[in-house]
Design a binder for this molecule. Structure first.
Ligand code: HDE
Length: 749
């Protein structure tokens, strides 16, 4: 018998043999006649484990116990293994017949690695593909406890949540700051089962009946022939649909307003859109609409900023959310309810509560705060959490029920249906991010990707073999309540209630509630979007819709398009404006605002103290310097090459850095040619843009000369004082109202 050889010896011998064989083979390099001998790569021993590599996590990303044995995924063990746990000696070379030979089919590691990679992608969401998420917690004030039996709305109840924000139209890799509706979907992991509030930042929808959803989305997505434009509504098919299908006009004017280009997810409202029904312990019901109110107020970008950011930083909103959370500026919203009596008509102040193209103005039904949401943790793994999270409107706890809104009814079908394809099979509720925190005791079995090892032989009811388990719960055990709403005796029919036919009065309500500057922005947005359409008939038809909303709006957009102004096809309705719809006129906390501070080659006076004051006020200071590295006591976080004004909410100038001869040749050459320019042109560009976008600009010390050179001294929101702290004080006041609104010139009243 041969003695058993050690593995290391086998490998070494094999390598030596290969080396021998190669040296005798002597392949010639073509044409050179010089023999070459290739080196053999000998498998090496694995490196020792890294200090920070810990044991696998037994909790899900939401903090719940997985209930399963730890799985060694995610670089958590000392040694690299196959998916089956065999330690690997080499993951850089495939197994070959000699170093130059063909790759062997038997290389299981190669096949496993490549095959898994080949299947890494899952289909993106059919809408809302581009998004980002965060964990947090919801604390109830208890103010809704009399209206609903839902335990998570009892006083001081704390519920873990996961929120995913999204755009609607763009693909997964599209830019964040496009003009679009934003999704605001919240998963409450309540003790009584998961509650998904799947809302948007706009309180109305394009359509009144879910059966039209494929139509609006086909019209809004890129054209089917060339697949352009990406993540845009500024194209013919979108305006073709919304001008023909006039119930879309209300949602459309919200998109054309500043709401379509939020500054941040942190500065957006959220709306459940539909009317829901609450039921309390006494069996009493009310109808409600859900609202999220951001602590920082509702703020938007300007259109030019939004367009620039699409190129400069397409991940702007994603980055903003992560940076704010990591900086400790935790985003916050208050959940509020508009509460309406549950009458058989399901109307309030003449407004049909089942019509998702209508709002109830807050002046008619106050939004009553019921709890506070704080987002305080970023996901550990984007795919596992943000990509795999699956929302569904039917995820309701006892105490919250649906209404007959036909849009809501269709959504109840669509979400689970789409997950079946997107997450491949019916077991996606077992994916960690989707696991309820309430105990699960269902009788659903088997299927693709089943994670559970169900014990017992009787997953059916009634049974005697499992002792009759599990039992159905009653009221005392907090069973879900299907509110026994009376269903009217009515013919089966494909039709809407007549009240759904009013498509213009609330569009006018929105328009009339805007301030002059906001109206200017709406006119500019319609003019831009329709200006991107090719078909004259579509533009004409949309102008006709605008004529039904407001003559001034129609005239101004028509003037921009160079087209005739149509007569209204129906009388323009009298409306009472709702001031709550305007984003202007209040002041808000400046937490989490980004303030850029321009310095030169040396640390100017006051920079360190201004930086500290900003941090103490919950803002994020970013030092912008001519180059990276440390300058005095501060570190450059941006350089003139990497900074653009659009990143900042306000700009501070502590120095007047001269043009750098070796940076950005084209622009500097121009600057060098102009004798009177003594400031780096990239700084001047920043100042110029910040001014155009109505941002507060402050300077002290040498910084004041930059304002002079930019020609903006004495204009609103431009401050120069002797000291950094004094300048900061004045700038902060402007940040409270978000922008220096006076800087937008407007002829509107
Ligand atoms: Fe959605 N919607 N939707 N939607 N929706 C989806 O579900 C659908 C509507 C909303 O971050 C899809 O998992 C229909 C209104 C958000 O994962 C899909 C109708 C509102 C998200 C779907 C609507 C929304 C979605 C695509 C008309 C605001 C992203 C992927 C009846 C109240 C959730 C998915 C996330 C996602 C269907 C209308 C909000 C296809 C049929 C109104 C925030 O199921």
């Amino acid at each position: 018998r041969k003695p058993v050889e050690k593995v290391e010896d086998v490998v070494e011998n094999a390598a030596a043999k290969v080396a021998d064989a190669l040296s005798s083979h002597v392949p010639g390099a073509p044409g050179s006649g010089t023999p070459t001998v290739e080196e053999v790569t000998i498998p090496h021993d694995p490196l020792p484990p890294k200090g920070e590599q810990g044991t696998p996590d037994t909790r899900t990303p939401t903090g719940a116990e997985t209930g399963a044995a730890p799985t060694a995924n995610g670089q958590q063990g000392a040694y690299l293994t196959t998916a089956q746990g065999a330690r690997l000696r080499d993951t850089d070379h495939s197994l070959k017949a000699g170093p130059r030979g063909p790759v062997l089919l038997q290389d299981h590691h190669l096949r496993e690695k490549i095959t898994h990679f080949d299947h890494e992608r899952i289909p993106e969401r059919v809408v809302h593909a581009r998004g980002t998420g965060a964990h947090g917690s919801f604390t109830s004030y208890g103010t809704a406890a009399g209206l609903t039996r839902a335990a998570f709305l009892k006083k001081d109840a704390q519920t873990p949540v996961f929120v995913r924000f999204s755009t609607v139209l763009g693909s997964r890799g599209s830019a964040d700051t496009v003009r679009d509706t934003r999704g605001f979907a919240t998963k409450f992991y309540t003790d009584e089962g998961t509650f998904d509030l799947v809302g948007n930042n706009i309180p109305v929808f394009f359509i009144q009946d879910a059966i039209k959803f494929p139509d609006i989305i086909h019209a809004a997505k890129p054209h089917p022939d060339r697949e352009i434009p990406q993540a845009q509504s500024a194209h013919d098919t979108f305006w073709d649909f919304v001008s023909l299908h006039t119930e879309a006009q209300h949602h459309t004017i919200w998109n054309m307003s500043d709401r379509g280009i939020p500054r941040s997810f942190r500065t957006m409202e959220g709306f459940g859109v539909h009317t829901f029904r609450l039921i309390n312990n006494a069996g009493e019901t009310v109808l409600v609409k859900f609202h999220w109110k951001p602590k920082l107020g509702v703020h938007s970008l300007t259109w030019e900023e939004a367009q620039l950011i699409c190129g400069v930083d397409p991940d702007f909103h994603r980055r903003d959310l992560y940076d704010a959370i990591e900086a400790g500026a935790y985003p916050e919203w208050e959940l509020g309810l508009q509460v309406f009596p549950d009458t058989p008509e399901e109307t309030f102040a003449g407004i049909d509560l089942l019509d998702p193209t209508k709002i109830v103005p807050e002046e008619l039904a106050e939004v009553q705060p019921v709890g506070r949401l704080v987002l305080n943790r970023t996901p550990t793994n984007f795919f596992a959490e943000t990509e795999q999270v699956a929302f569904h409107l039917g995820n309701l706890p006892p105490g919250i029920d649906v209404t007959n809104d036909p849009l809501l009814q269709g959504r109840l079908f669509s979400y689970v249906d789409t997950q079946l394809t997107r997450l491949a099979g019916p077991n996606f509720p077992q994916i960690p991010i989707n696991r309820p925190h309430a105990p699960v005791n269902d009788m659903l079995r088997d299927g693709f990707h089943q994670q559970a090892v169900h014990a017992g032989v009787a997953p059916y009811r009634p049974n005697s073999l499992d002792g009759g388990n599990p039992f159905e719960a009653g009221d005392a055990e907090n069973a879900f309540v299907d509110v026994p709403v009376r269903v009217a005796e009515a013919p089966k029919i494909r039709a809407n209630p007549v009240s759904f036919d009013d498509h213009f009065s609330q569009v006018r309500l929105f328009w009339q509630s805007m301030s002059p500057v906001e109206k200017e922005h709406i006119i500019a947005a319609y003019t831009f979007e329709l200006g991107k359409c090719y078909e004259q008939a579509i533009k004409q038809r949309q102008l006709q819709c605008l004529a039904n909303v407001d003559p001034l709006l129609c005239e101004q957009v028509a003037a921009g398009l160079g087209m005739p102004v149509p007569e209204p096809a129906q009388p323009v309705t009298e409306v009472t404006p709702s001031p709550a719809l305007s984003q202007m006129g209040q002041t808000w906390p400046a937490d989490g605002r980004i303030v850029g501070i321009v310095i030169g080659d040396e640390e100017p006076d006051g920079v360190a103290s201004v930086r500290e004051a900003l941090i103490a006020a919950g803002m994020v200071p970013l030092i912008i310097a001519p180059h990276g590295g440390t300058i005095g006591t501060v570190t450059a976080q941006r350089t003139f090459a990497t900074a653009r004004s659009v990143e900042f909410d306000a700009l501070l100038l502590a120095a007047a850095p001269p043009p750098a001869p070796d940076a950005l040749p084209a622009r500097d050459a121009k600057a060098a040619a102009a004798d009177d320019v003594t400031v780096d042109p990239r700084v001047l560009l920043m100042v110029d843009e910040a001014w155009r976008h109505a941002k507060a600009i402050g300077a002290w010390g040498d910084g004041a000369s930059v304002l002079d050179q930019a020609g903006i001294i004495g204009t609103p929101g431009v401050i120069a004082t002797e000291s950094g702290p004094e300048t900061l004080d004045a700038v902060e006041r402007f940040l409270g109202s978000h922008r220096v609104w006076q800087r937008f010139s407007t002829s509107m009243v």
